[in-house]
Design a protein around this ligand. Structure first.
Ligand SMILES: [Zn+2]
Length: 259
């Protein structure tokens, strides 16, 4: 799906673009090459590559695979996509350990135990080519990406601010979603305290496009969704979590896909 002249959605569960367990996978065409933000679980790699070709984009132009965080649903396709394209995998430094030691990642066991992922799924460890820390910048043709660490969903969660032609897009991974829902979950590394400390880093970014790792994205006034999340984090009651409302839908989708 082409979103703007330079931006595509090439993998997604909710938009029906690739495997039912894939997150949103966004593709930036920066002229001299292509950059992919997140890869899905790994079962949709062929569909993602087909989606590039259907837009007339040669997968061999893919230079960067940028990961917002190292939950398997966002990086599991990285190794397969690197093999197919030669792109470099860029991951947050704090996530390197989880990519290289999948057997230690308890969130994988949680998803298998609760039937969200097929039992025959056998994720393989994978080493990123480049790891980055908070504030790292990356020139992509005429555009510029800034990697902003925002802990709360995980310890390695990163939002990618992409500026091009006066427009500002924020790829948020599982940090913040449409309507200001946040990605607080019951898993290692997720912390409301981290959210309260780090989400204010997004307060003054003047975001136009808000591009989350699941569900709906928006093309203008993205900042107001972030601002709603910031307000909710100041309240006395728990903020709404995207995963609370969507968890049941995901499980049903998967079960239906088997019949
Ligand atoms: Zn996640």
């Amino acid at each position: 799906m082409q979103i703007t002249r330079h931006l595509y959605l090439v993998g997604s569960e909710q938009f029906g673009l690739s495997h039912l367990l894939d997150c949103n996978c966004y593709l930036i065409d920066y002229g001299r090459g292509l950059a992919l933000v997140d890869t899905g679980l790994g079962l949709g790699v062929d569909a993602i590559l087909d989606n590039l070709r259907s837009h007339g984009l040669d997968p061999r132009r893919l230079s960067h695979i940028l990961l917002t965080h190292t939950h398997l649903g966002h990086w599991g396709g990285a190794a397969g996509l690197r093999e197919a394209t030669g792109a470099e995998i860029w991951a947050p430094e704090a996530g390197r350990h989880w990519m290289e030691h999948v057997e230690e990642d308890r969130t994988i066991q949680q998803n298998l135990q609760f039937g969200r992922w097929p039992q025959e799924l056998s994720p393989r460890s994978c080493s990123p080519d480049v790891t980055f820390a908070d504030g790292r910048r990356l020139e992509l043709g005429d555009g510029r990406a800034t990697l902003v660490s925002v802990q709360g969903h995980t310890k390695d969660s990163t939002c990618i601010l992409w500026e091009l032609g006066g427009k500002r897009a924020l790829f948020t991974g599982d940090v913040v979603f449409y309507a200001g829902l946040i990605g607080l979950i019951n898993a290692d590394g997720s912390s409301l305290e981290d959210y309260r400390r780090d989400l204010p880093k997004l307060a003054d970014l003047r975001v136009d496009m808000l591009l989350p790792g699941h569900s709906v994205f928006v093309l203008r006034d993205g900042q107001k969704h972030i601002n709603r999340a910031l307000r909710k984090l100041q309240d006395f009651v728990l903020p709404e979590s995207f995963f609370e409302t969507n968890e049941f839908m995901w499980q049903n989708d998967y079960v239906r896909s088997l019949s």
